[in-house]
Design a protein around this ligand. Structure first.
Ligand SMILES: Cc1cc2nc3c(=O)[nH]c(=O)nc-3n(C[C@H](O)[C@H](O)[C@H](O)COP(=O)(O)OP(=O)(O)OC[C@H]3O[C@@H](n4cnc5c(N)ncnc54)[C@H](O)[C@@H]3O)c2cc1C
Length: 497
């Protein structure tokens, strides 16, 4: 039975009705009556906690105006809130670390933003083999807890990135050997649309567990995930900055890393990155290089990355948490960001083509304040593809045998939203051209990584028809009234039947 909406709304809530619909204000009042310490009403003074929450996103594109912000601190609170949302057909968004640039993925206009950041408990299993993590952490925070204890988990590489990564894909430092983060999650605790709390793992609710390995916010609010505790005594790594004259050599090395080194030396990780800097109108290399051993120097397999001329290197014996914080320096929150992803079979010709065209494209926008373009190439090794197999819905098992796949991230950033209308239409044409060229060169693999995707990319359809049908059936089973389609509309959604 529906709980009664309080007859008397506070003045704050009534006042708010001018900026947002009366229904949503009423839902927020209901939530505030039940959870007064966890509900922030709309208040756009820049010093208000509400304003901080609504603007605490990596990209300006996510600065929306929720009717209120809800900050649950337990699975129980999430469950009670979801029952209210479902009963009253109240639109809501689920925010993890706020690093998607897709408008509405984790924030909402005229609805409730559920921010997971107070769900912060972290527990080792009695045998120290796994760690259960509340979804409110960012990855750097997790590393700073577990590394001093001699462990790591396969999460994101940059500080600030949140656990939404573990429901979409997840390329970690351990990906060559251990596969994507989604394939390492051994248990999901998830609140379904009717408020039921489910554990989903290999033995219990196995279909839901499978679906959440790439199904993002389509099935419920995940409150905890369990990951393997990887014994770890330290690592040797850092970011190497390469001048513009080295980019050809870097592309050769990147190709070599994709097809050989990542496979033969899986305890390494290279995130090949090129940055176009609008101010100086050049493209240079800016690449994290990591050896996962407590070593004082790089192994021979990674030495070529240090042999190429470079202007700066922060490579040293250090922690992952420390590196994660270093890598975000220079990536402030709140700029206009857009990103796009495609997957290819490694090809030196295509890697060169992409780098050259991307620099040319970016040069056309060097007059725009704060303009930068960034593209990265990430290896999914045959071992990682095998681990994915049929254990998740993303369909990597369609790849040719014994190959690495390269996931490409293409991103732009600039300072002012006024420039969006100039940049985005051309960007759209550019990325379609890159995709078409990959197809013409017969290197395109039809998988779009959710965590790096743009909102006009059909990510879940890219998992393949069979997997989409299975996801639809699982959604029907666990969410028969399609609450997570109808009310959680942001991000990448399962195509409707
Ligand atoms: C600077 C930067 C560095 C990055 N580094 C990496 C990296 O090293 N490896 C990598 O794989 N990716 C990386 N990414 C991509 C990153 O994985 C995605 O942006 C991912 O979506 C971030 O998750 P989040 O929780 O921070 O984002 P959010 O924007 O908060 O969430 C993303 C999506 O997940 C959903 N979601 C979040 N939490 C939950 C939950 N508890 N239950 C249900 N749904 C939920 C949200 O509704 C949203 O649709 C990086 C991105 C940036 C901007």
């Amino acid at each position: 039975m529906r709980s009664p909406i309080p007859i008397l709304l506070s003045l704050t809530w009534l006042y708010q009705a001018s900026a947002t619909s009366v229904q949503q204000v009423a839902r927020c009042a209901l939530l505030a009556a039940r959870f007064p310490d966890a509900t922030l009403p709309q208040d756009n003074s820049t010093s208000s906690p509400y304003y901080t929450e609504r603007t605490s996103f990596w990209s300006w594109t996510e600065w929306l105006e929720p009717t209120c912000v809800f900050l649950p601190n337990s699975t129980q609170q999430v469950s009670e809130a979801v029952i209210i949302f479902t009963d009253y057909d109240c639109p809501f968004a689920i925010r993890g670390g706020g690093h998607s640039a897709i408008r509405g993925a984790a924030n909402i206009d005229d609805g409730i933003m559920v921010n997971m950041k107070r769900i912060r408990d972290l527990d080792f299993s009695p045998d120290n083999k796994t760690i259960t993590i509340g979804m409110g952490y960012t990855w750097a925070e997790v590393y700073e807890i577990v590394e001093p204890l001699g462990y790591m988990v396969p999460g994101g590489r940059f500080a600030g990135v949140g656990t939404g990564l573990a429901l979409g894909a997840g390329v970690s430092y351990f990906a060559n050997e251990r596969g994507l983060t989604i394939d390492n999650v051994v248990n999901h605790r998830v609140v379904l649309a009717n408020g039921t709390v489910m554990e989903a793992n290999e033995h219990t609710n196995n279909d839901l567990h499978w679906a959440l390995r790439g199904g993002s916010n389509n099935f419920g609010v995940v409150t905890h995930i369990t990951l393997p505790a990887i014994p770890h005594q330290g690592m040797h790594g850092g970011r190497v900055t390469y001048p513009p004259n080295t980019v050809d050599a870097l592309t050769n090395l990147t190709y070599e890393y994709q097809v050989r080194t990542s496979v033969e030396a899986p305890d390494t990780h290279v995130l090949s990155t090129y940055v176009y800097d609008g101010e100086s109108n050049v493209t240079y290399g800016f690449t994290p290089v990591v050896y996962q051993r407590n070593a004082t120097q790089m192994p021979p397999s990674l030495q070529p990355w240090l042999d190429i001329e470079h202007s700066n290197s922060t490579v040293r014996n250090r922690t992952y948490g420390d590196l994660a914080r270093e890598l975000v320096a220079g990536f402030p929150n709140g700029l206009v960001q857009t990103h796009y992803s495609l997957t290819v079979y490694p090809s030196l010709e295509y890697f060169r083509f992409l780098r050259e065209r991307f620099s040319e494209f970016c040069a056309g926008f060097s007059h725009i304040e704060g303009f930068a373009g960034l593209h990265t190439l990430m290896a999914i090794t045959p071992a990682a593809i095998a681990k994915a197999g049929r254990n998740n819905p993303i369909g990597l098992n369609r790849a040719r045998p014994d190959t690495t796949l390269t996931v490409l991230y293409l991103g732009l950033q600039f300072n002012n939203e006024e420039d969006i209308d100039e940049v985005f239409p051309d960007w759209d044409i550019f990325i379609r051209t890159m995709e078409a060229e990959a197809k013409l060169q017969d290197v395109l693999f039809p998988y779009i990584m959710l965590t790096y995707s743009d909102d006009n990319q059909e990510v879940i359809a890219s998992y393949g028809e069979e997997n989409v049908s299975r996801l639809q059936a699982i959604q029907q089973k666990y969410d028969p009234s399609l609450v997570f389609q109808r009310l959680v509309t942001g991000g990448q959604k399962i195509p409707l039947r």
